[in-house]
Design a protein around this ligand. Sequence first.
Ligand code: AMP
Length: 397
Amino acid sequence: MSFTNLGLSDHALHAAQRLHYVEPTPIQAQAIPVIGSGRDLIGSAQTGTGKTAAFVLPIVSKLKSHSHTRCLVLEPTRELAAQVKEACDDFTAFTNLQSCLLHGGVKYDRQNRELAQCPDIVIATPGRLLDHIQNGAVKLDRVEVLVLDEADRMLDMGFMPDVRRIIGYCNANRQTMLFSATIPPRLADLIGWAMREPLTIEVGRRSNPAETIQHVLYPVAMNQKDELLMALLDRTDYKSVIVFSRTKIGADIIGHALQGKGHKVEVIHSDRSQGQRTKALELFRSGEVEVLVATDIAARGLDIEGVSHVINYDVPENPEDYVHRIGRTGRANHAGDALTIFTAPEQEHVTAIEYLINKVIPRVKLEDFDYTYTTLLQDSGPGDGRRKKTGARRRRR
Ligand code: AMP
C-alpha cells in the first residue's frame, strides 16, 4: 500500500514524502479515501497511529489553494491544537493554504490579524473560538469541513455545550469528522444531531496499548514513593521520561524534589501559564530537559518523539487514563517502558487497568532498594506469580 493510491493531491503527496512517510498507517489507508469522497466519518485509532495526517492530508487535497475559511478543527487542549497546527504547516508547505491557531491563554491581537486574512483552516479550542465568533472576527458559515478531534476528551472537559453552539454557526451543508476513543451515549446524541450517515472506522481497540510497550508495576509503601521514584530514575537508562502525577500540586512537588536531586525537569499542568506550558514542551522536545512531570492534560494525543519511559507516580483512577499516559511512549513502533509505582490503596485501580488492557502486569522489586513493609510485598500478596525476587531487603515495622 502506498500514499499514491489514496486520491491525495500532488501537493499533499509531496508534503508526506518530505516527512519521509513511505507507507500509510492503517487509519490513513482507511480514512483518507473516505474523507476524499466527502462522506462523514467517525474514526477511532490507538494514539500515535498517524490520526492527524489521516484527516489533514485529504483536507489539504480538497481545499487546494487559498480562498476563505472552509475548514474548522476543534481540539480539547491548547497543546493538541498547537500540534495539529504544526502538522497543518507541514502538510500545506507546497500550497498557499493558510491556517490559524486559536486558543486561550494568549493575547487576541495576533489571532485577530491572522483571522483578518481569512485562513482556510482554523484550528481552535472551543472557548477562544466562541470569543472570536462573538467579536465578529471569524465567520463559520462557509465551513465545508468540520473536524471534532478527541471528542470524548471534549465531553469529559465539559466543552459539549460550547461545541454544540460552534457547530450551530457552521454551514449545515458540510462534511463532519469525529475522532474519539470511545462513543459514550452523550456523544452518540451529538453524532445523531451533527453528522449525516457517518462511516465508522476502528483501527485496533483503543484499550490495546502499543505492543512495543513493556509494562511493570513497582509495589511500595506509601511513605517510600518519592524514594522509589528517585531510585528508578537513577537506575534507569532513559532517553527522556514523562512522570505522571494525578494532581497538579503533586506534579509541582515531584518537580521540585527532582530538581533538588539535580535532574533537569519541567512541569506541565493546567494551572501553569500558556507561556510556561509551551516552554516546558519545547525544552522537553528539544532534549534540553530529560524529565517532564505532567498531569493527565499532557497524556492525550501529545506527540513527543523518543519518549523512552513513562513513570506513573500514582496509579490513574480511570483505567483509560493509563492507556493514554503510556501511549506517550512506544509511539510509531519504537520500544518503550511504562513503570507504575503502586501502593496498597491503589489495588482496585490496578485491577481495573489489567482488566482493560487484558493482561497481568508483572510486579517487580527494585534490587537493593531498602523496602519498608507493605502488604503488597508479601509473598502471598496479589502478585501474578511472575514477581521477580531481586533480593531486596524487607524491613518489618
Ligand atoms: P499522530 O497519531 O497523528 O499523533 O501521529 C504520530 C506520529 O506518527 C507523528 O509523529 C507523525 O508524524 C508520524 N506519522 C504519521 N503518519 C506516518 C506515516 N505514514 N509514516 C511515518 N510516520 C507517520
